[in-house]
Design a protein around this ligand. Structure first.
Ligand code: ATP
Length: 203
């Protein structure tokens, strides 16, 4: 998967709709201090499902909504869309397979209401997380390496480094599905035990 386009409206300093296109090769974003370069990276992290306001350099999640300037009033909604070019080797969920690109969108209203969409269809946060599992893209993957993180990776514990390698090898999604299946098994076993108790009470 390769990022193709980023569409930001009402997110942090981006009051007006701003569209960034990413061509092949390296894209650099330059500008004076405080102009919003890191906000672009925050918006990518956010649309991929980041749940921690702290990781987005805010106190609460509503801090991502444009909160006004000297001449502009605050907005009531932030919206970010990120479009990926799909490579032949990418494995997408059945309903998305064969599509040349996928767009994920996240909206947050000041009321606290939020929405996630894949190709303009409302979905769950889980669908977005699963879409990126094993691709290296995602909030906990290696696609976003902030200042200071390179040193952190080099000096991190072997288990943490292993997580990174597992994500690169595409193993994470199977581990996560296995965990979910184990949780379901445990719940089913607990239900079975309860049914056995009830039937023996009735006999
Ligand atoms: P530097 O080069 O110093 O790292 P930068 O270009 O990365 O700076 P950012 O940190 O992305 O800059 O942007 C900071 C700016 O974003 C500040 O001016 C701050 O006021 C503005 N900002 C952050 N959140 C909001 C918000 N919710 N509404 C409006 N402006 C915001």
């Amino acid at each position: 998967m390769r990022i193709k386009r980023l569409d930001i409206t009402g997110f942090k300093s981006f009051m007006e709709r701003s569209v960034f296109t990413f061509d092949d090769g390296v894209t650099g974003i330059v500008g004076p201090n405080g102009c919003g370069k890191s906000n672009v990276v925050d918006s990518i992290r956010w649309v991929m499902g980041e749940q921690s306001a702290k990781n987005l350099r805010g106190r609460g999640m509503e801090d991502v909504i444009f909160n006004g300037s000297e001449s502009k009033p605050p907005l009531s909604m932030a919206e970010v869309s990120l479009t990926f070019h799909v490579d032949e080797t990418d494995t997408l969920p059945v309903h998305l397979s064969g599509l040349p690109e996928v767009t994920v969108t996240r909206r947050l209203f000041r009321s606290g209401e939020s929405e996630y969409l894949i190709n303009k269809t409302t979905c769950r946060l889980l669908d977005i997380t699963e879409l990126f599992l094993g691709t290296g893209v995602g909030t906990k993957a290696y696609s976003i390496i902030e200042q200071g993180r390179v040193g952190l990776i080099v000096s991190s514990k072997p288990e943490d480094r292993r997580n990174l390698i597992e994500e690169a090898a595409g193993v994470t999604k199977y581990k996560s599905r296995r965990k979910a299946a184990e949780r379901k098994l445990e719940a089913t076993q607990a239900n079975l035990l309860r049914v056995t108790d009830i039937t023996s009470e009735l006999e």
